[in-house]
Ligand binder design. Structure first.
Ligand code: PMP
Length: 429
C-alpha cells in the first residue's frame, strides 16, 4: 500500500484542523499533487499518475494556450462584469453559435451549481409552475435550491415536496427498444403525481449523459419522447451540460444533441474554462426577458474578461486539436479494449458510454447483475497503487467512471487496460 510522505502528512493534519468536516479527499492515503500536464499528474516526489478522472481540465492539464490566454488577460484588465470588454463578447458570440438558434441569450456564472440555480428560477418564472423532475441519483449542484433537486445529496432525507424522481435510463437492465417509452412513461407519471398534489410542472432537469446515475448514452435519441411529454404539459426541458458539454461525448459539442432535442435552457460548467471557475446558462430571449423584467440577475465574476479569454482559448483547443474527433476515436478504442477484458472477467457486467465519457459496471453475479461496490472500490484502490486515477458513480458506487481529459491517447488506454487487467487478475481471477 502507498505510504504518505512527510509533506502529505503535514498537509493532511492541517486540512483536518482548518477545513473540518467538510473536507472531501480521495483515498485513505490522499495524494499531494504539485504539477500536471496533458493527462498526467505529478506528486511531490515526482511520481507520475495517469488521470482518468478529471473532466475539468478537459483540453489537457495546464494547456499552454489556455494558460497564456488567461495570463495575458489578467495582465491587461480583469474586473467585475458591468463594463464592456471585447474578450467576453467575442466568447459569447462563439459559444452561442454552437447552440440551437433559439438559444440566443447566454448568462455567465462561475459554477454549474449557480447555472442550475438560475435555470430553476428561469423555468419557474416562465412556466408559472414549481414542480421539477430529476433522475433518481442525479447531482445538479450545491446551492439550497439545487440541493433540493439533487437526490444523490439527499440520500438520508426526503426530497422537497415539489420534486419527483424518475428511474435512470438503465440500458444494462432494460432492453434498448423499451428505454425511451419507460423513461417518458415515468416522466408522465411524475407530472400526474405533481398535479394530484396541486403542483404545476416547471421543468424536467437532466444531465444528458446521466453521469451520477451511472453513465447512460444509448440508445441515442431516447430522451426525445420524455421531452415531448414535458412540453405538452407546459414544462421546460433543462439540459444540464456540466458533464457532457464541450465535446466530451465525441460526436457533438453538447450531450443533448445525441438525443435530437432542443432544450429550453442549457446549463454549463466544469470544462468551460479548463479549470478557471466558469459556468453559463443559455436560453431563449423571451424566457430571460420575463425573468429580468421582474427579478434580474447579476454575477460579479461570471463573464469577467479573464473568463472570456479562458473560454475562447478552450474552444480554440477543442477545434484546433480536433479533440471531439479524438474523443470519438479513442473512446471507441477504449470501449473495445475494456469490452475485451469484460469477456475474460465476468465481474465486468457492462462497458458503455459515448466519446470519452464511459463506464465499467462491476457486478458480483453477472446473471443477476448484482451491483458490487466492493469490487469497484478494490479496483479504484488497486489502480491508484498502479498510478492510474479513476472514480465511481451510480446509486451503489459500483460503476467506474472513465472520464479523462479529451486529449487521452490510445497508448494511455493501453496503460489503463493493462493496470485494470492486473488488478482484476489479483482480485477476481
Ligand atoms: N451538474 C452536474 C451534472 C454536475 O456533475 C455538477 C458537479 N459535479 C454540477 C452540476 C455542479 O457543478 P459545480 O460543482 O461547478 O457547482
Amino acid at each position: 500500500a502507498p505510504t504518505l510522505s512527510d509533506s502529505a502528512q503535514r498537509l493532511l493534519a492541517k486540512r483536518k484542523a482548518l477545513f473540518g468536516a467538510a473536507s472531501v479527499l480521495f483515498y485513505d492515503k490522499p495524494l499531494e499533487l504539485v504539477r500536471a500536464e496533458g493527462c498526467w499528474l505529478f506528486d511531490e516526489a515526482g511520481e507520475r499518475y495517469l488521470d482518468v478522472y478529471n473532466n475539468v481540465p478537459s483540453v489537457g492539464h495546464c494547456h499552454p494556450h489556455v494558460v497564456a490566454a488567461v495570463a495575458d488577460q489578467l495582465a491587461k484588465i480583469n474586473t467585475h462584469t458591468r463594463y464592456l470588454n471585447e474578450a467576453i463578447h467575442r466568447y459569447a458570440e462563439r459559444l452561442v453559435a454552437t447552440l440551437p438558434p433559439s438559444l440566443s441569450n447566454i448568462t455567465f456564472t462561475c459554477t454549474g451549481s449557480e447555472s442550475n440555480d438560475l435555470a430553476l428560477r428561469l423555468a419557474s418564472h416562465y412556466s408559472g409552475g414549481r414542480g421539477v423532475i430529476v433522475t433518481e441519483t442525479a447531482y445538479h449542484g450545491n446551492t439550497a435550491a439545487v440541493t433540493e433537486v439533487s437526490p444523490s445529496s439527499a440520500r438520508d432525507h426526503a426530497l422537497a415536496p415539489h420534486v419527483r424522481v424518475v428511474r435512470a435510463p438503465d440500458s444494462y437492465r432494460v432492453a434498448p427498444e423499451a428505454l425511451a417509452a419507460r423513461f417518458a412513461g415515468d416522466v408522465a407519471a411524475a407530472i400526474a403525481d405533481l398535479a394530484d398534489h396541486g403542483i404545476t410542472l416547471s421543468a424536467l432537469l437532466v444531465d444528458s449523459i446521466f453521469s451520477s446515475d451511472g453513465v447512460y448514452a444509448d440508445p441515442a435519441g431516447f430522451l426525445a419522447e420524455a421531452v415531448a411529454v414535458v412540453h405538452r404539459h407546459g414544462g421546460l426541458f433543462i439540459a444540464d451540460e456540466v458533464q457532457p458539454g464541450f465535446g466530451r461525448t465525441g460526436s457533438a459539442l453538447w450531450g443533448f444533441q445525441r438525443h435530437g432535442v432542443t432544450p429550453d435552457i442549457v446549463t454549463m460548467g466544469k470544462p468551460m474554462g479548463n479549470g478557471l471557475p466558469m459556468g453559463g446558462v443559455a436560453t431563449r430571449p423571451e424566457i430571460l426577458d420575463a425573468f429580468c423584467a421582474e427579478v434580474g440577475y447579476f454575477n460579479t465574476f461570471g463573464g469577467s474578461p479573464a473568463a472570456g479569454a479562458a473560454g475562447s482559448a478552450v474552444l480554440d483547443v477543442i477545434e484546433g486539436e480536433g479533440l471531439m474527433a479524438n474523443a470519438e476515436a479513442v473512446g471507441a478504442y477504449l470501449r473495445e479494449s475494456l469490452g475485451a477484458l469484460a469477456k475474460r472477467f465476468p465481474v465486468i457486467g457492462d462497458v458503455r458510454g459515448a466519446g470519452l465519457f464511459d463506464a465499467v459496471e462491476l457486478v458480483s453475479d453477472p446473471e443477476a447483475k448484482t451491483p458490487s461496490p466492493e469490487l469497484a472500490s478494490a479496483i479504484i484502490n488497486g489502480l491508484r497503487q498502479r498510478h492510474v486515477l479513476i472514480g465511481a458513480a451510480g446509486p451503489f458506487g459500483n460503476i467506474l467512471k472513465v472520464r479523462p481529459p479529451l486529449c487521452f491517447t490510445r497508448d494511455q488506454v493501453d496503460i489503463l487496460g493493462a493496470a485494470l487487467e492486473e488488478v482484476l487478475t489479483e482480485i477476481a481471477p
